[in-house]
Design a protein around this ligand. Structure first.
Ligand SMILES: Nc1ncnc2c1ncn2[C@@H]1O[C@H](COP(=O)(O)OP(=O)(O)O)[C@@H](O)[C@H]1O
Ligand SMILES: [Mg+2]
Length: 258
């Protein structure tokens, strides 16, 4: 069997829907029967709240593996979906200071080794990353073979697009083997003039191959599902945003041949 794909969800900005995208696209892959591993390397560790982990699950994760205090088998956690397993950020998400974690990240290739090993056993590995292009995100880009960049459809996107594009170009230039899956517009509100203007502007300014034509609508179901501890594609599968994530997963899986 050819190795599975590995997709890093990356953005310079916080609050654009990276975690929501990583969790829902991973759950959508798993619901299609693809063996999926979701790895949270953001020291904020938000994945643990919304990935459908079993009640009473441990919170150790990648940071503890990195620190040598937990073995790999201890950090691979089952979820409510049989084909989805999760590696949480770990105890770093309870700590106020993340500097040890950041330093360790820069010093090892443990993430790349974990992703390579997981790709041999899984159809797809999804990586949720912290905002920005710091050492953790760069390690995730080094480890992954594809990258997806969520961008919130809001007027501020007009000002930040050149910066986002520079970031994307930087990623593509420094990781030539990465497949760029595209910029994904999130929190899109059809009929909202500011959103529509933003989307139109982006379609004019951003080369078509860098911008996915599928958009994720704004929907309260995403945050509600997260608050209830589950991916929206599991809790509210009929919701338009959940369906958009299912379609995204289908589109991506077709690209990497699963
Ligand atoms: N399509 C959407 N519609 C409505 N709210 C959303 C949508 N995507 C994300 N959110 C909400 O926006 C906030 C930030 O999303 P999150 O995925 O945590 O972003 P990031 O990981 O980039 O910081 C969360 O409260 C999340 O529930
Ligand atoms: Mg996040």
């Amino acid at each position: 069997m050819t190795p599975g794909a590995s997709i890093a969800v990356v953005s310079q900005k916080g609050g654009v829907g990276k975690t929501t995208t990583a969790v829902n696209v991973a759950a959508a892959f798993a619901r299609r029967g693809l063996k999926t591993l979701l790895i949270d390397v953001d020291p904020q560790g938000s994945v643990r709240y919304g990935a459908g982990l079993r009640p009473g699950h441990p919170i150790h994760g990648f940071a503890d593996y990195l620190a040598g205090t937990r073995a790999l088998r201890e950090i691979l956690l089952p979820t409510a979906l049989p084909w989805l397993r999760v590696v949480l950020a770990g105890s770093v998400s309870e700590a106020l200071d993340h500097s040890d974690y950041l330093v360790r990240f820069g010093e090892t290739d443990l993430l790349a080794r974990l992703v390579a090993e997981a790709s041999d056993r899984c159809d797809v590995v999804v990586l949720d990353t912290p905002p920005g292009l710091g050492p953790v995100t760069r390690a995730a880009l080094q480890a992954a073979d594809r990258v997806l960049v969520p961008l919130q459809a809001e007027p501020l996107a007009l000002q930040t697009t050149p910066q986002i594009l520079r970031g994307v170009q930087d990623i593509v230039a420094t990781h030539p083997r990465l497949v760029f899956d595209g910029i994904l517009l999130t929190m899109f509100e059809a009929g909202n003039p500011a959103c529509e203007t933003t989307a139109t502007y982006l379609r004019q300014k951003v080369p078509a191959h860098l911008l996915l034509d599928l958009v994720i609508p704004r929907s309260p179901a995403l945050a509600e599902a997260f608050a209830a501890g589950q991916p929206a594609v599991v809790r509210a599968p009929a919701d338009p945003a959940a369906q958009a994530y299912v379609n995204l997963a289908m589109r991506l899986a077709a690209r990497f041949g699963r």
